[in-house]
Design a protein around this ligand. Structure first.
Ligand code: ARG
Length: 463
């Protein structure tokens, strides 16, 4: 069937054209929202006198029945009816004659824009919850291993000691920004296009406030031409989830590295790893790898939609039908990635000993030694030079900076031997704890007490 019905066209669409353009196999995902929009539209048509009361109630009952059929998987979708909108309208009209009046003052252009906005509102609500769940899993991991110290890296070279909780709290922060971006995207989606018609509203005296209230939209769109062709809200969603996906990919990468034998800081629960078909000993972090890999699709979908939009003249063009598959796939991809990550993180076992071993080299406290020299009066550049020279000296002598004699330090910076010892003395655990404690007064630094406070605040926030 053609949207224009039998009127304008004498014959049928070319079969390749029909197959090429149909969308019902993917846009039936909007059925629930389409029915919701139709109920609101019918109710409004009744209130403004286009439909009689009994016509409205017959239509609404018919739509309700169809919703139950769809939920039960009993609705018969017809490819020949092109898209979700025409399928639902045709099925209604088959049973309820007044269904033929439902499309009064409405176009599929404002209809599909409304459906998508209803759909994304629901989608984002679920995504926000999934983000919270991953944050909770990261917080629980941090809480359970509050005392675990490991190296913080730059350039993937050991830099300075941090706590495991501090490391994973970094991801809690990223996810919080993702959360904020999605909340923001939802605000911009909270505008109702219904009533904009094909592009220029209607000559019928529609009351747009009625469906706006019924559908719980915050605002009415204020320009009918913009309303039917605006897909910014989908771009914003794709942007937000692409970045969320990039964050998940970085987390996945950290966990893949950390779970390798080279690091051996963590171990994924068995359920989140796979064996090799050839190498019997393998335990591969496939879930994390897939999360990392799937972020590529998310980035691609953002670029796809931007590209679809960039050359479009106002107003609606059929190109816009290409918005759905990328947005639906992005929605499924980000949701499943968040869910599997939350569970994989919860499954992690931490090897505190391996972390300590990696962080116990005294060279990781080189910056702390330089800071101590600064406190004792040396300009930082000089202090940096002194410690650098000490590291080089130790390397040449086949030893480590905590084993250099006081004379060596005195020869590099006279009167500073004691100052250096105060930083490097004691067992690795003692001096590392001292080093973290020394960071207590700096907001955002990984002191044990600071991190503990952060964990507490985050826990309250994500509940
Ligand atoms: N399936 C179409 C889409 O998603 C619905 C709108 C069709 N409108 C039109 N004028 N052909 O974009």
């Amino acid at each position: 069937m053609r949207a224009a019905g039998k009127g304008r066209f004498a014959g049928k669409a070319d079969p390749t054209a029909a197959k090429f353009s149909r969308s019902v196999h993917f846009d039936q995902r909007l059925a629930k929202h389409d029915l919701e929009g139709s109920r609101a539209h019918a109710t409004m048509l009744g209130r403004v006198g286009v439909l009689t009361r009994s016509e409205v109630s017959a239509i609404v009952r018919g739509l309700d029945r169809m919703e139950r059929e769809i939920a039960a998987g009993k609705f018969r979708w017809k490819d020949s009816l092109e898209d979700v909108h025409m399928n639902l309208e045709a099925a209604l009209t088959e049973k309820v004659p007044a269904g033929a009046k439902l499309h009064t003052g409405r176009s599929r252009n404002d209809q599909v824009a409304t459906d998508l906005r209803l759909w994304i509102r629901e989608q984002i609500a679920g995504d926000l919850e999934a983000i919270r769940n991953l944050q909770k899993a990261l917080l629980q991991l941090g809480e359970k291993h509050q005392e675990v110290i490991l190296p913080g890296y730059t350039h993937l070279q050991r830099g300075q000691p941090v706590t495991l909780a501090h490391h994973f709290l970094a991801y809690v922060e990223m996810l919080e920004r993702d959360h904020g971006r999605l909340v923001d995207a939802a605000k911009r989606a909270d505008v109702m296009p219904l009533g904009s018609g094909a592009l220029a509203g209607s000559t019928l005296r529609l009351n747009r406030e009625i469906p706006r209230k019924l559908l719980k939209f915050g605002q009415l769109s204020r320009n009918s031409m913009d309303a039917v062709s605006d897909r910014d809200f989908l771009v914003e969603y794709l942007g937000a989830v692409a970045l969320t996906g990039v964050h998940l990919s970085r987390l996945a990468e950290d966990l893949i590295l950390f779970s390798s034998a080279e690091f051996a800081f963590v171990k994924f629960g068995e359920g989140f790893t796979t064996g090799s078909s050839l190498m019997p000993q393998k335990r591969n972090p496939d879930m994390a790898e897939l999360v990392r890999g799937k972020s590529g699709r998310l980035i691609g979908h953002l670029v796809s939609l931007l590209t679809v939009l960039k050359g479009l003249p106002l107003t609606y063009n059929r190109d816009l039908q290409e918005d759905k598959e990328c947005v639906f796939d992005a929605a499924d991809t980000i949701r499943s990635s968040l869910e599997v990550m939350a569970r994989a993180v919860a499954s992690l076992e931490v090897d505190a000993g391996a972390c300590l071993y990696a962080v116990s080299s005294p060279e990781l406290l080189a910056t702390d030694v330089a800071d101590a020299l600064v406190r004792a009066g040396l300009p930082f550049r000089k202090a940096h030079q002194v410690v650098g020279a000490a590291v080089r000296h130790a390397e040449g002598a086949g030893t480590r900076i905590d084993r250099l004699s006081r004379q060596v330090w005195e020869s590099l910076a006279s009167g500073m031997g004691r100052v250096v010892e105060e930083v490097l003395a004691g067992s690795p655990v003692t001096r590392l704890k001292r080093a973290l404690h020394a960071r207590s007064s700096v907001v955002g630094a990984p002191s044990l007490s600071g991190v503990q406070k952060e964990l507490k605040q985050w826990k309250k926030r994500v509940q």
